[in-house]
Ligand binder design. Structure first.
Ligand code: NAP
Length: 290
């Protein structure tokens, strides 16, 4: 079998075009332009690249974009003061704090401070708690993008056995919650570094999601024939090449559909940040989310 490619780049373009239309309509009908504020502390090169991507994407969608750059030595107090100011700024609909923060800063306290109405990265524990009890809330961008990719690929999660490898608060754990909510109805196994016989666990899956950070961890012998494989991993090889957690060549021979790296989950993550910012702008003004 040669797997069908689930093209995240193409889907991201489609969804971003629809978001741009919605933003234009929001402006025309309600004189509202959604605003996204990104906070970057220090000069981590990868973080700069990610913030730049988010800025360009939000501007391309017709949103206001603002990047607050704080020096590496910023104190927790100063960072928290900035978050409070952004919470109160009416032109800001979504706030994201680019991770990782320098070691002396406490990301959890910062995330807790972002008002839930502007928590477009969905990392505030309050937002995560609402998700866990099935209340409407912003969805963390990477798992949200994975839901969109699965829907686009025609994968019905209801009743499917989904194995997610990786239990981080950023990807694996929220995705496991989203997929097990009523209405999505998947049966989820959340695997991690202490999982016994990972290969056998993965072979039991209709859908395997790899969110680990180990290049090539998921090999063809770990995937059931016809399974769908979503590769979240973003790893740089010594040669500077971007690779996922899945042995793409081998697994493509077994799976029915697979996301590439790059061009799979990554573009959808930024796209869902835009979607959340649009929703935040609407909800803050009493309009129904799109
Ligand atoms: P993380 O916080 O480091 O979590 C990694 C998870 O993988 C942990 O749960 C860990 O288990 C598990 N793990 C590690 N080695 C394992 C092994 N050999 N077998 C089974 N499980 C293992 O990572 P993350 O933030 O979720 O990110 C995961 C990957 O996704 C990274 O490559 C990251 O760059 C990428 N990522 C991509 C996007 C995107 O938009 N494309 C977004 C976010 C992350 P324990 O809990 O037991 O330690």
């Amino acid at each position: 079998m040669t797997a069908r490619l689930i093209d995240g780049k193409a889907l991201a373009q489609q969804v971003r075009a629809r978001i741009a239309d919605d933003v234009a309509r929001l402006h025309a009908d309600h004189d509202v332009v959604p605003g996204l504020a990104a906070v970057l502390v220090g000069g981590d090169p990868a973080s700069k690249v990610y913030v730049g991507m988010k800025k360009r994407a939000s501007e391309a969608a017709g949103m206001h974009s603002r990047v607050e750059i704080l020096p590496e030595q910023t104190t927790q107090e100063d960072l928290e003061a900035l978050i409070v100011a952004l919470n109160e700024d009416d032109a800001v609909d979504g706030i994201l704090v680019q991770l990782p923060l320098p070691d002396h800063l406490d990301p959890r306290r910062v995330q807790e401070l972002i008002v839930p109405a502007k928590d477009v990265d969905a990392l505030n524990p309050y937002t995560a708690g609402r998700l866990a009890i099935g209340d409407p809330t912003f969805l963390a961008c990477t798992p949200y993008g994975i839901l969109e990719l699965l829907a686009h690929a025609g994968v019905d999660a209801a009743g499917a056995n989904v194995v997610i490898v990786g239990r981080s608060n950023l990807v694996g754990r929220p995705l496991s919650v989203m997929l097990t909510l009523k209405g999505r109805d998947a049966t989820v196994t959340l695997a991690h570094s202490r999982t016994r016989d990972l290969a056998a666990v993965c072979r039991s899956a209709d859908v395997v999601v790899a969110a680990v950070g180990v290049p090539g961890l998921i090999t063809a012998d770990m995937v059931a024939p016809g399974a769908v494989v979503i590769d979240v991993g973003t790893n740089r090889t010594d040669e500077g090449k971007l690779v996922g957690d899945v042995d793409f060549e081998g697994v493509s021979e077994v799976a029915s559909a697979i996301t590439p790296v790059p061009g799979g989950v990554g573009p959808m993550t930024v796209t869902m940040l835009l979607q959340n910012t649009l929703e935040a702008a609407r909800i803050r003004r009493g309009l129904p989310p799109r």
